[in-house]
Design a protein around this ligand. Structure first.
Ligand SMILES: [Zn+2]
Length: 251
């Protein structure tokens, strides 16, 4: 059995996606949100399906929308038993998005919120690794509920700093891409005890279905690639990643 720890189900037809996923033994899906609208959608979808859960958070690309009112909304929605993490939160310097200081403030406020709500975090870092690591290290006390770095794209030293903070990684379709040699090397070097699976669907469909609309069922291809890279069976990847999901997301 597998868990897709990061899917944007509201961008597709959740009925189809959940059905297709269960046929491939993807029993759990965590629907990640990124703004006010998707938070409400994620909770609604999680309420509709067994095995589907939600995260609540304001993505760094819309960091300027995080205010007291949004925080209050997250607090209310987080009372729902299907809410398992605060995310996607983090830093993204890739696009001309919100000012970096503003992103850091929204990130820190949501780290504090996650800690108060006793929920793990789901972190998005793009072209901002050093700033994100420094912020996380400075506020290590807020990380007592753990969490994951999603679609991790750093090097081994970055990964070691993240593991030292008690955080883990969710690995997606990029690790199956032919040109992703650095990530593949990294996956070989990271202990399975720190890895979980994700799709980030509908984006980033893995090989051999790269270029199609991604769905949670394709998380199995990610598991197969990780098994190949690490020289273990797919069953072992499934079992270990499930244990990690249980430990971090309590599902
Ligand atoms: Zn995402």
């Amino acid at each position: 059995m597998f868990t897709d720890t990061h899917a944007h189900l509201y961008d597709g037809d959740p009925n189809e996606i959940v059905k297709n996923a269960k046929e491939r033994l993807v029993e759990h899906i965590i629907c990640a949100s990124s703004d006010v609208e998707s938070m409400q959608q994620a909770v609604e979808i999680a309420n509709q399906f067994d095995g589907v859960y939600a995260t609540l958070g304001i993505h760094p690309q819309v960091a300027e929308t995080y205010d007291d009112q949004v925080e209050l909304m997250i607090r209310k929605l987080a009372k729902n038993k299907k809410v398992v993490a605060i995310g996607e939160i983090g830093l993204d310097y890739h696009y001309d998005g919100p000012d970096h200081e503003l992103q850091k403030q929204a990130f820190l406020k949501q780290l504090k919120l996650a800690n108060q709500l006793r929920l793990p975090i789901q972190v998005h870092i793009r072209d901002a690794m050093e700033d994100a690591l420094q912020l996380l290290e400075k506020h290590e006390k807020l990380l007592s509920c753990g969490g994951v770095i999603h679609c991790f794209s750093g090097n081994l030293q970055d990964a070691e700093r993240i593991m030292a903070l008690g955080l883990d990684f969710t690995i997606g379709g990029v690790c199956t891409f032919k040109n992703a040699k650095a990530l593949q090397e990294l996956v070989k070097n990271l202990p399975l005890e720190h890895l979980m699976l994700e799709t980030d669907s509908p984006y980033l469909a893995p090989e051999p279905v790269r270029g199609t609309v991604n769905e949670s069922k394709n998380v199995v291809y990610v598991a197969e690639k990780i098994a190949l890279l690490k020289g273990v069976s797919v069953e072992e990847v499934a079992q270990k990643t499930q244990e990690n999901v249980k430990r971090v997301f309590k599902i």
